[in-house]
Write a protein that binds this ligand. Structure first.
Ligand code: GLY
Length: 357
């Protein structure tokens, strides 16, 4: 029999039933769904048009939710032109590409992450192996790399000519008191086009709820461009760069990982959804929390964070949102990707602030 409730009413019903206040055991179901209402939905950061399409195609053909989102982000990890993720990602300050990733599988509640892994184009696949083929949740550095080798990931060169050039320009422009001369200092060519990569935080997060209400997510990144070797951002950290609860929903992030790490904001977003908040309201509340706790050295003259941070989330009913600290940054509108069964499309993120001031 058809059920005429809309999704918001279903979520409200969970709240009205007294389910899911902040102190209630996490096993309490927060969202009541009718099977006839179920609908697969995939969301991702703005660089995930193909990733969401791939994940949707796979869940629609019955593939497990985690395998679907990993296959989706593998497209971006393997894309040499995306300089924020995987192969072609911008390196650390020594010119070495170190990648971070985490996965979380709602049905089994298994989670895995790798931090500062080297020589593997698809760290999300290694994160899944950590989740399912170890008794651990997080492997970092040389240990993560050796674990990947043990599972047959041969050493791969992750720097492309383009990402090496961008790193070289950054290094040459660090100081006018060392021996590295930029083309301008040496009287040669212009560096136009490279400025936008300075202190760049890229990343892809992708989350899905399938027709059965099963939920998984993945986040993968090359992290902060030109970082101190060994730096891990929020992406490999469960609760920060990614969090999934199969009874509630999923959330992941892109942007300044350090700001997210101290608030565990993906966990916070899922907990707020557990309490009945719509994904958009939950994500904006997390951004508000972060903005309110930002250290003075990271505030603009107008008192706003001088960085961006975004969340992508969905709940078990299939409601979803992308939310950004800023709706517009350097003339670019904050957008995320959604696929609810047709073509992937961009939608505007909800924004805590319209623009930096
Ligand atoms: N959010 C990606 C990073 O901070 O590395």
């Amino acid at each position: 029999m058809a059920n005429n409730w809309n999704r918001r009413e279903i979520v409200k019903a969970g709240v009205a039933a007294g389910i899911g206040t902040f102190g209630v055991p996490a096993s309490a179901p927060a969202v009541i769904r009718s099977r006839s209402m179920l609908r697969p939905v995939v969301v991702s950061s703005g660089n995930g048009l193909q990733a969401c399409a791939k994940a949707m195609e796979m869940v629609q053909s019955g593939v497990d939710t985690l395998d679907a989102v990993i296959a989706g982000v593998n497209i971006v990890e393997l894309d040499p032109d995306d300089m924020s993720v995987g192969y072609g990602g911008l390196p650390n300050e020594e010119g070495v590409v170190q990648l971070d990733s985490s996965v979380m599988h709602g049905p089994s509640r298994r989670a895995g992450g790798v931090g500062a892994i080297e020589g593997v184009k698809t760290p999300s696949k290694v994160a899944k192996l950590v989740a399912f083929r170890t008794d651990h949740v997080l492997l970092v550095g040389e240990g993560a790399t050796r674990f990947a080798r043990a599972h047959g990931f041969g050493a791969q060169e992750l720097l492309t000519d383009r990402s090496r050039e961008v790193w070289l320009r950054w290094k040459e422009n660090l100081s006018d008191r060392d021996d590295w001369l930029s083309p301008e200092q040496a009287g040669e060519v212009s560096t136009a086009g490279f400025e936008s990569f300075v202190r760049h935080y890229g990343t892809i997060n992708c989350n899905v709820v399938d027709a059965e209400g099963n939920i998984s997510g993945v986040t993968t990144t090359s992290g902060l461009a030109f970082k101190i070797p060994g730096r891990c951002g929020d992406s490999p950290i469960i609760g920060a760069g990614l969090y999934v609860d199969n009874e509630v929903g999923a959330c992941g992030s892109t942007g300044r990982g350090e700001a997210n790490l101290v608030e565990c904001a993906s966990f916070l977003v899922v907990e707020l959804m557990r309490n009945g908040a719509h994904p958009k309201d939950a994500a904006l509340a997390a951004l508000q929390r972060i903005a309110g706790k930002t250290a003075p050295r990271l505030l603009t003259d107008g008192g706003r964070p001088n960085f961006n941070l975004r969340f992508y989330c969905l709940n078990k009913a299939g409601e979803y949102a992308g939310a950004s600290m800023y709706g517009d940054l350097q003339g670019r509108t904050a957008r995320f990707v959604v696929n609810d069964g047709g073509d992937s499309r961009h939608e505007d993120c909800a924004a805590l602030f319209d623009a930096m001031s």
